[in-house]
Design a protein around this ligand. Structure first.
Ligand SMILES: [Zn+2]
Length: 378
């Protein structure tokens, strides 16, 4: 509770620095006689942290969490989001569930991991900018097996209510920009209306999405198909002007088995066949471009994943699940570190107003970490 109170007290919204929180974790580790390595962000305002606890040998188990949170702006909170507040067995604060609760449990377990006579260590892996496309952990992952040791399995403690998750979808983020031609709105035929073209493109995106819903079906995921969502749109300057530009952001959340390039390809084909010839007849400057901004790989644990086997053993669960949100697990798996997702709190509370983690969930996570200790001595 003390550690979680301290962790949620740092406003680590992704747009802000996480260095104060990282400094706090370093001081907790120093208090146990442990050193840690920072991997700084390119601009130096944020950092990942990697620390090895106990154990001498190779391998070890990575316990991974992101330090950043989503914004509280526009949400209505019953109590201050940066002050841990207990009500009825629930601990309320931004990040309590996603995912400072897990980090607090891991820090609370440091003395346990330090005290035992373990053959292999635990590695604490903290990242930044997970909530904005899992970008912050990537430079740290690039160091695994080089400047940093490579864990033999990684537990990503995202909120799963301590269920064992062995797969998630992929995200591709795009921005589509329409270049039209400005004109007085009384003479619209002299212009090319960028907003109207964007509206047609969005209509096509919805049609492509409806097609995926009909043709794909993987019942492990909810929804059981790839989905597409338009998130922002910006265009035009005044009601009496034909708008020259319009841009919108959109995302595809693909099943691991899907081919992610299909959706932008189909949209580009629609633009080239159905929209651009008409637009270009008015002005050669008309154009539609779709840029890929970021992607987070899907996660599918290998069938003989050490990480999944370990999480099943420690939780006593017999089956695994799959989720539609993304995590850093796919990036670890791609880098050759078997990963699994298992952590305290319910994803339904993550990102929401009055986010909370229950005391029961933290207790279950602490029991999980207690169970990990004997595994390290085998
Ligand atoms: Zn998270």
């Amino acid at each position: 509770m003390e550690l979680l109170t301290a962790l949620v007290g740092f406003d680590t919204t992704s747009a802000k620095s996480n260095l104060e929180l990282i400094g706090f974790v370093e001081s907790v580790l120093r208090g146990h006689g442990l050193a840690a390595t920072r991997v700084a962000s390119p601009d130096g305002t944020k950092a990942d942290l990697f620390a090895t606890i106990g154990g001498e040998g190779e391998g070890g188990i990575g316990l991974s969490g992101h330090t950043d949170c989503v914004p509280v702006e526009g949400q209505s909170w019953t109590s201050d989001p940066f002050t841990l507040t207990e009500r009825g067995g629930k601990l309320y604060a931004r990040g309590s569930c996603d995912m400072k609760g897990f980090i607090a449990c891991v820090l609370a377990a440091v003395p346990l991991f330090k005290a035992g006579e373990f053959k292999e260590p635990v590695h604490l892996i903290l990242s930044y900018d997970e909530e904005v496309g899992c970008t912050g952990v990537r430079p740290l992952i690039a160091q695994l097996g080089k400047d940093l040791p490579r864990p033999r399995a990684i537990i990503v403690g995202e909120p799963t209510s301590m269920a064992v998750i062995d797969a998630h979808k992929r995200i591709d983020a795009y921005r589509t920009t329409v270049h039209g031609r400005e004109a007085h709105s009384s003479l619209p035929t002299l212009g090319v209306n960028a907003i109207s073209a964007a509206a047609a493109l969005i209509g096509e995106i919805d049609r492509i999405g409806a097609g995926l819903a009909k043709t794909e079906n993987d019942p492990r995921f909810g929804p059981p198909f790839s989905t597409i969502s338009v998130g922002t749109i910006k265009g035009g300057t005044a009601a009496n002007l034909v708008p020259k530009t319009c841009a919108f952001h959109w995302q595809v959340r693909s099943l691991p088995s899907a081919t992610p390039a299909v959706v932008p390809r189909d949209l580009t084909r629609f633009a080239e066949e159905a929209l651009l010839p008409r637009m270009k007849r008015v002005t050669e400057e008309a154009g539609i471009e779709t840029e890929s901004l970021n992607f987070v790989p899907a996660f599918v644990a290998g069938s003989a994943s050490e990480a999944v086997a370990l999480a099943l053993k420690l939780t006593g669960e017999t089956k695994t699940g799959a989720v539609s949100y993304t995590t850093e697990a796919g990036l670890f798996e791609l880098a050759g570190c078997p990963a699994v997702i298992c952590g305290p709190g319910d994803i339904a509370q993550a990102h929401a107003a009055d986010e909370y983690v229950s005391l029961d969930q933290l207790a279950a996570c602490l029991a999980f970490l207690d169970g990990l200790a004997p595994e390290l001595s085998k």
